[in-house]
Design a protein around this ligand. Structure first.
Ligand code: FA5
Length: 338
């Protein structure tokens, strides 16, 4: 080193060159190598410091300040480069680990309510619109509610026609899966003073073998009206109004004389299919005086009508299905159509 002025000029050039190389450094490894080269034990600034002793006192002071200034500039340039590269590395990491939470619009598939649920909702809407309220009862019933209170004593042959599934509880044939929704009539009349206008949709069970029109677990909707001066005309008018609201204008209806122990007179209620044939939808009739008496209601003062329809069969009609079993096969290709 010749003198302080030369040293200062050399250091300025070193700093200028270093700033450029640091700006070019492309990753943190390259930066670490430059850091060692510019500021480490074998660096130019360290070597210059070692030569200070050979200078006269005035030059030494000037040179010392120049070396310190160069070191400060180099340290600042290294720190700036490190910050730049670290920010870049963080951004690259964020990008690599980013989760794509946006929706893939092409793959959205919206589910829909099961046909039975749609039919049941619609039934409820139609009857609520006519002033009825919704009632419910348990799916496991006793012989009293499922049979006896409905005027079907133990010896009555009609018990056999219900193909009942019994539960192994209590006396033999005492507890059962309800074979119809009619027990809800009894539970309602026990708990509610007339006038009564209710419908009760729900699951029902029989030992029936599944075929095109039968399921062992199916759904019914019960209707019960108890009021003063109710006649067969009210029943027939309600049925007509219901069919008009549920199916629209095209469906024809007919009442066929029939027999149920809990109604007198009783009828079977049929609706016309598109091919002209008739489908039995359910039974109906005027509530039998014995049933009213069993619930503590005076048949001299109050009269009523009741009906019980198969909801699954209503769904078959409404959605024009060939086979009631389609409702429970759980074939999504079928269910997606609705
Ligand atoms: C009854 O269950 C009476 N409780 C109906 C009733 C209520 C009459 C109130 C009078 C007053 P029935 O056994 O006919 O009646 O059944 C009524 C309807 O349930 C049938 O018309 C049919 O639509 C439906 N149903 C009966 N068994 C099945 C089955 N296995 N699968 C699908 N639907 C069925």
């Amino acid at each position: 080193m010749s003198n302080a002025a030369d040293l200062t000029a050399d250091l300025d050039a070193l700093v200028a060159d270093a700033v450029e190389r640091l700006a070019d450094a492309s990753d943190l490894d390259a930066l670490a190598a430059l850091d060692a080269e510019l500021l480490g034990k074998k660096s130019a600034v360290t070597a210059a410091k070692k030569q200070l002793g050979g200078l006269d006192p005035d030059d030494r002071k000037v040179a010392g300040q120049a070396i310190n200034a160069a070191r400060t500039s180099l340290e600042a340039a290294v720190a700036a480069a490190r910050e730049r590269l670290a920010a870049g590395a963080r951004a690259a990491q964020y990008e690599a680990e980013r989760l794509d939470l946006s929706e893939k619009l092409g793959e959205i598939r919206r589910g829909s309510l099961h046909l039975n649920t749609q039919a049941r909702d619609r039934l409820e809407d139609v009857f609520v619109g006519m002033g009825f309220t919704i009632a419910e009862g348990p799916e496991v019933e006793t012989a009293w509610y499922n049979f006896e209170a409905l005027n079907i004593p133990e010896w009555h042959p009609a018990r056999g026609s219900f193909d009942t599934i019994f539960v192994n509880l209590g006396e033999p044939e005492e507890v059962m899966l309800r074979s119809h929704t009619s027990p809800v009539q009894i539970r309602t009349m026990e708990n509610q003073e007339p006038p009564i206008y209710i419908v009760a949709p729900g699951r029902t069970f029989r030992t029936d073998t599944a075929d095109a029109t039968h399921l062992p677990a199916f759904n019914q909707i019960e209707g019960l009206v108890v009021d003063r001066g109710i006649t067969l005309g009210d029943l027939s008018g309600t049925m007509d109004e219901f069919v008009r609201a549920f199916f629209g204008g095209e469906v024809k209806t007919r009442l066929r004389p029939s027999y149920f122990p809990f109604t007198e007179p009783s009828a079977e209620f049929d609706i016309s299919r598109p091919d002209g044939s008739w489908l039995e939808l359910g039974g109906c009739g005027m509530v039998h005086p014995n049933v009213l008496r069993n619930c503590g209601i005076d048949p001299e003062e109050w009269q009523g009508f009741a009906f019980g329809f198969g909801i699954d069969r209503l769904a078959v009609m409404r959605y024009e299905l060939d086979d009631i079993r389609e409702l429970v096969n759980n074939d999504v290709r079928f269910l997606r159509q609705f």
